[in-house]
Design a protein around this ligand. Structure first.
Ligand code: IPD
Length: 277
């Protein structure tokens, strides 16, 4: 395809890093539990928008012919065939409460990220500016983690093969009906697994699968910007990322797991989801 994937990966890393510094450095004082929910939420929205603006400026300056799809401002067209799919703050509730599990997610994808099965990430970075951890990957190049001390290591997903041994991350959407169905699925799943984690950032959950910090992650209702970079980090670490059995990852379901666990978890979730719907 003639794409310089290493250059795209570097740009994703540099951009996620700069945007991550921005959301920490510009974080308004006094944000957090003391504030009334609506005004605090508005402040987070303002930070989200400011960060996306920065991401668009950085990416647009470096690669003016690429398209950009972001959580806040939708899509801008390009001519290169590359779309940057960005989440300026993934884990906004954590950001609000100052729980150190939020990130900037920057993915370069080919295809149409609004059509499941018609796109895939080719480079990406997920940066947690509080822990200083930078997860990054490019297609065929492996997934890596650079920690706050600058140590770089290659990531490998876990090898747990049975549900009973699996530590499984998940997340919940914002709408009440969706949350009720998600809770019903979880109630059926949790007796059969080691335990559950709800960290509050889909992108970091996908990176946790890549690092073997959890054995699997699943969620319903994800958007392309939650998924783009973390999907590649997970698969380049040897994990399998899919949707419902036989389908690509999509809003209906995203499942990421080490290869030995992926099929069993996907099948179990598909069963439970039909019951809960
Ligand atoms: C949310 C987080 C959360 C997940 C939600 C996402 P946001 O993204 O990733 O973990 O459960 O589905 O919407 O809103 O913080 O960018």
């Amino acid at each position: 395809e003639g794409l310089d994937l290493a250059a795209l990966e570097r740009l994703a890393v540099d951009t996620a890093h700069e945007a991550g510094r921005f959301i920490v450095d510009e974080r308004p004082g006094g944000l957090g539990v003391a504030q009334t929910k609506s005004s605090a939420t508005d402040v987070v929205t303002v930070m989200d928008q400011g960060c996306e603006k920065l991401l668009r400026a950085l990416l647009g300056a470096a690669r003016p012919d690429d398209a950009i799809l972001g959580e806040e401002d939708g899509a801008t067209d390009g001519t290169s065939g590359i779309t940057w799919v960005v989440d300026p703050i993934d884990g906004t509730v954590n950001y609000l409460y100052e729980i150190p599990a939020y990130c900037v997610s920057v993915g370069a994808v080919v295809g149409d990220p609004t059509r499941p099965g018609h796109w895939r990430p080719v480079a990406g970075a997920v940066y947690n500016p509080v822990s200083g951890e930078m997860f990054h990957a490019r297609l065929g190049g492996g997934a890596h983690l650079v920690d706050a001390a600058g140590q770089r290591r290659r990531l490998r997903a876990g090898e747990v093969g049975t549900l009973g041994q699996a530590l499984v991350a998940t997340g919940f959407g914002y709408r009440a009906e969706v949350r009720r169905a998600q809770a019903a699925v979880l109630a059926e799943l949790i007796p059969h697994i080691r335990d559950i984690r709800r960290a509050g950032s889909a992108a970091l959950d996908l990176c946790a699968v890549a690092a073997g910090r959890v054995d699997a992650y699943y969620e319903r209702g994800l958007n392309p910007w939650d998924l783009a970079a973390g999907w590649l980090v997970a698969t380049e670490a040897g994990a399998v990322v899919s949707g419902l059995p036989g389908r690509p990852p999509a809003k209906e379901l995203v499942v990421a797991a080490g290869a030995p666990l992926a099929a069993a978890l996907g099948a179990r979730l598909a069963d439970l989801m039909t019951v809960a719907d």
